[in-house]
Design a protein around this ligand. Structure first.
Ligand SMILES: O=P(O)(O)OC[C@H]1O[C@H](O)[C@H](O)[C@@H](O)[C@@H]1O
Length: 521
């Protein structure tokens, strides 16, 4: 087992290089006094608003070395066992590689040919996409970002088990012209299989003779899909070495190819591949994912920020924070290290967000003056794709202004100078000024995309993937498993059977037992 993933890994606080890093973080600059912009796969990543100092840079490189980062990265790219608790690779980089393994090349080509065929035949004009988690957020994010207008095919998404979701997804569509894509790595996920049943009921009721002729399956379990009735020619495969939240690059991206176009699907892969190359080769000090990860660890484990806010100043990226929430929180929401010991520092932060400028009118007050605050990733495009330049200037101005306010803050004297102009009463002026103080020094990153294209979005998502991976390596935790989610799934299956009439188990707590009893049919 490579040292980076070994069970022999030392608790972080027993690593001398960690002590030095943790010592340097509070001493470093936090107010963007020197410009630090990294160029990566067409993105500009401005880390000036994160902690920085020459001493911290040295300490950070030493820490990466102590955690065997370079060896870990090599294992990731070579498809070695980067996910030791499931004894699997996490080889999502292979999915977008220009020189992919044969099976990846084959499935990629099949996706492209299938999308082209559906588009040219014109028999299907709508798609209902059924999947959840990693089998949903990626296509949903992309289709929303690029407007569902690239081709004549319209896509609706149903993920939630709440019956309103699937009902809403099929409403108003013509069953004869609707394809049902069922995306599920395992092909066992309750929500997905139940929603698929409803969709097929809908086809049947709508007069479709062989509903399964409308089924397209995307899965790492082609056998389960076949048992479900999917035809081999309508089944697109991916593999165990692709984690659900890393699967957009595999056939899970099929809706992108269908609804936006094959070029968009390929553009995503090219952008992600360019970021992979940057991550694999850029010097550590100029490596965007690595530097984002170091900032993330400094913010979480030294400065004790409990969350990371994603503020995409782009109305098309409304699902970005949800996508990153799954990527980051499912990966880093762990409190045990690879040795099986409790982590000695706080790990994964809460990831949350909303598109700006809506976010400014929703929770930015808390970011500016709340007791805790949170680091913010501002994301914005240099150029817009609409014909209203004055809107884009205002969007940019708001993004820069919010960031500046978080960085610089407003001290008491500046606030007092303001309030003295408002009242002649010195006591009142002081009192008012205290309410107007902004602490400042609140960390942020500004990520500028030249414009929103599949290429730049691919690069952005891959950058976050590698950031998350690097944080996992630094913390010594496995970012590729999700036992918490699995546990919930197992319990839900049991409780579901009990709600259906099976004798209640004896291990429930009093409250759960009460509600099972109340809610049983
Ligand atoms: O693709 P499926 O097997 O249906 O799984 C869907 C989702 O299930 C769980 O929530 C996992 O934690 C996710 O990572 C996964 O993407």
């Amino acid at each position: 087992m490579p040292a980076a993933f070994s069970t022999e890994i030392r608790p972080l606080t027993e690593v001398p290089e960690w002590d030095e890093f943790a010592k340097q973080v509070p001493l470093a600059d936090r107010r963007a006094s020197s410009l630090r912009v990294i160029k990566a796969a067409s993105l500009s990543v401005d880390l000036s608003g994160q902690v920085q100092s020459p001493e911290l840079e040295v300490a950070a490189e030493a820490l990466l070395k102590a955690r065997h980062f370079e060896q870990a990265r090599k294992t990731l790219f070579e498809g070695g066992i980067a996910n030791p608790t499931e004894h699997r690779a996490a080889w999502h980089t292979a999915l977008r590689s220009g020189e992919p393994p044969a099976e990846v090349a084959r499935e990629r080509q099949r996706v492209i040919e299938f999308a082209r065929k559906v588009q040219s035949e014109g028999r299907f004009t709508s798609v209902v996409h059924i999947g959840i988690g990693g089998s949903d957020w990626g296509p949903r994010l992309c289709v929303r970002a690029f407007g569902n207008t690239g081709t004549r095919i319209r896509i609706r998404f149903a993920s939630n088990i709440d019956g309103h979701a699937v009902q809403g997804a099929v409403a108003g569509l013509d069953p004869h012209k609707t394809l049902i894509i069922v995306s599920s790595k395992t092909f066992t996920t309750t929500e997905t299989l139940r929603n698929a049943e409803r969709a097929f009921d809908w086809l049947r009721k709508g007069g479709v003779e062989n509903p399964k002729d409308h089924l397209v399956a995307v899965t790492a379990s082609p056998k389960a899909a076949a048992a479900y009735g999917a035809k081999p020619e309508h089944t697109f495969q991916f593999w165990d070495y692709v984690g659900g939240r890393y699967s957009l690059w595999a056939a899970i991206g099929l809706p992108v190819a269908l609804a936006i176009g094959v070029d968009a699907y390929e553009g995503l892969l090219f952008g992600a591949e360019a970021m992979d190359k940057h991550f694999a080769t850029a010097p550590l000090a100029d490596n965007a994912p690595v530097q984002l990860a170091l900032a993330g660890v400094a913010n979480r484990s030294v400065l004790n920020y409990g969350s990371l806010n994603i503020a995409a100043y782009d109305a098309r990226l409304v699902f970005l924070s949800s996508y990153l929430q799954q990527l980051d929180m499912e990966s880093l929401g762990k409190s045990v290290d690879l040795a099986g010991n409790p982590s000695t520092v706080p790990t994964g932060a809460v990831v949350w967000g909303m598109a700006g400028t809506d976010a400014q009118h929703t929770f930015f007050q808390w970011l500016h003056q709340g007791t805790d605050g949170a680091p913010v990733d501002f994301i914005v495009c240099r150029e817009a794709d609409h014909p209203h330049p004055e809107h884009h200037r205002l969007l940019l101005a708001n993004c820069l202004a919010q960031r500046e306010a978080l960085l610089q803050g407003k001290d008491f004297d500046a606030a007092l100078a303001e309030t003295k102009r408002m009242t002649k009463d010195p006591e009142e002026a002081e009192w008012l000024a205290r309410h107007r103080v902004h602490p400042g020094g609140r960390p942020s990153t500004l990520i500028v995309l030249p414009r929103l294209t599949p290429y730049t979005l691919g690069a952005l998502l891959a950058m976050y993937e590698h950031k998350v991976f690097t944080q996992g390596v630094l913390w010594g935790i496995n970012p590729f498993d999700q036992w918490g989610v699995e546990y919930g799934k197992v319990l839900a299956a049991g409780i579901g059977r009990e709600l259906d009439g099976e004798a209640p188990g004896t291990t429930h707590d009093v409250s759960t037992a009460h509600w099972i009893n109340v809610l049983r049919t």
